[in-house]
Design a protein around this ligand. Structure first.
Ligand code: NAD
Length: 343
């Protein structure tokens, strides 16, 4: 019988599958951990899996991890992004990889605006002051979004929904995408520009592109140097799109007014562990440096950091789980959908 192992299976995931069992004969196993974190004993119970399903928090789905599943035929991601999977290994070993595209364009876009308004109106910061009974209204002076210019990097499903919300806020919208689509620009009311033009004119820059080899550290020291003083940076895409050190410097010297970050380089430490202890455990010097900068960033007053939860509404989570299962069923019936191997 086909064996399907769901990793990173939270209570919501288990409940969903209890209420919506697969309409096919298969053995299903649920594990809270990521495949990279299994003990030898745990691995023995699942290494014969035909299908594994992982969530975005499984950061390492690389060759070493995958080689522990010799029967593997399908990786069903419960996420849009797939930069955590070694696609070359999968191609070489005839393992199909499928994702969940477009489950949460409105969900992530709403969260993006949540972060943006929190930065520009200092909502969390003033709430903390109320909690601490230490209020000084002047410290929470913010600025309006109406009339400001937002630069959207990546005009896919989420970027376009961000444009739609920005329009209703009476903002001017600029966008950059290596594959511009004039129809989208017309429909959503934005103008495509190149990155230097966006950097020199936008009051807010929001990232909505996938992480690729080409755009690693897209926002680096040189990019920040081109930006307007007082720009706001929002990242709900992937941490590695921003050079953490360059952002930290720009936040500290006032070049960047504030940042709302749902994703960070080396964010797994932030999500799963005690940040301080996990920073101590990092051996590689570059990772250690960036983990320590994350720690320093947490202490800045002009930064809001959330633990990669922009997708995390019950509506979106149910859409993810349903699509992931539809993908598995289609594959087992010989009709692959949502493959990422050719992207
Ligand atoms: P999408 O595939 O619909 O759109 C991505 C767009 O980015 C495409 O138009 C593509 O042409 C463009 N692009 C590619 N490389 C680019 C580059 N270098 N510069 C600018 N644009 C580029 O994806 P989506 O559903 O809109 O999601 C966007 C990203 O958001 C995902 O790749 C994922 O990393 C991230 N995401 C995060 C969360 C979260 O919870 N924080 C949830 C979902 C998605």
């Amino acid at each position: 019988m086909t064996k399907i192992v769901y990793f990173n299976a939270s209570e919501i995931t288990r409940d969903y599958y209890k209420n919506n069992p697969l309409p096919i004969k298969a053995e299903t196993v649920f594990m809270e951990k990521s495949p990279a974190d299994l003990t030898a004993e745990e691995l023995k119970t699942v290494s014969d899996a035909d299908v594994i399903s992982v969530f975005v928090h499984a950061v390492d789905v690389g060759a070493r991890v995958l080689s522990q599943f010799p029967n593997l035929k399908l990786i069903a991601l419960r996420s849009t992004g797939y930069n955590n999977v070694d696609l070359s290994y999968c191609r070489e070993h005839h393992i199909e990889v499928v994702n969940v595209p477009g489950y949460g364009d409105s969900t992530v876009a709403e969260f993006t605006f949540g972060l943006l308004i929190d930065v520009t109106r200092k909502i969390s910061r003033s709430f903390r002051a109320v909690q601490e009974a230490h209020v000084d209204t002047d410290h929470y002076l913010g600025f309006d979004l109406k009339g400001r210019t937002i630069g959207i990097i990546g005009t896919g499903a989420i970027g376009r929904y961000v444009a739609k919300i920005a329009k209703s806020f009476d903002m001017t919208i600029l966008a950059y995408d290596p594959y511009p689509n004039p129809k989208f620009a017309e429909e959503y009311g934005f103008k495509y520009v190149d990155l230097p033009e966006m950097f020199s004119t936008a009051d807010i820059i929001s990232l909505h592109c996938p992480l690729t080899k080409e755009n690693y550290h897209l926002l680096d020291e040189a990019a920040f140097a081109q930006m307007k003083k007082g720009v706001v940076i929002i990242n709900t895409a992937r941490g590695e799109l921003i050079d953490t050190e360059a952002l930290f410097k720009a936040l500290s010297n006032g070049k960047v007014y504030g940042a709302g970050l749902d994703v960070l380089e080396y964010e797994s430490a932030l999500i799963h562990d005690d940040l301080y202890l996990s920073a101590l455990n990092v051996r590689e010097s570059d990772s250690l440096l960036r983990s320590l900068i994350n720690l320093r960033m947490l202490q800045l007053k002009n930064v809001i950091i959330t633990p990669h939860v922009a997708f995390n509404s019950i509506d979106a989570v149910h859409r993810i789980l349903k699509t992931a299962d539809d993908n598995i069923i289609a594959f087992l019936n010989g009709k692959t959908v949502n493959s990422v191997l050719n992207k």
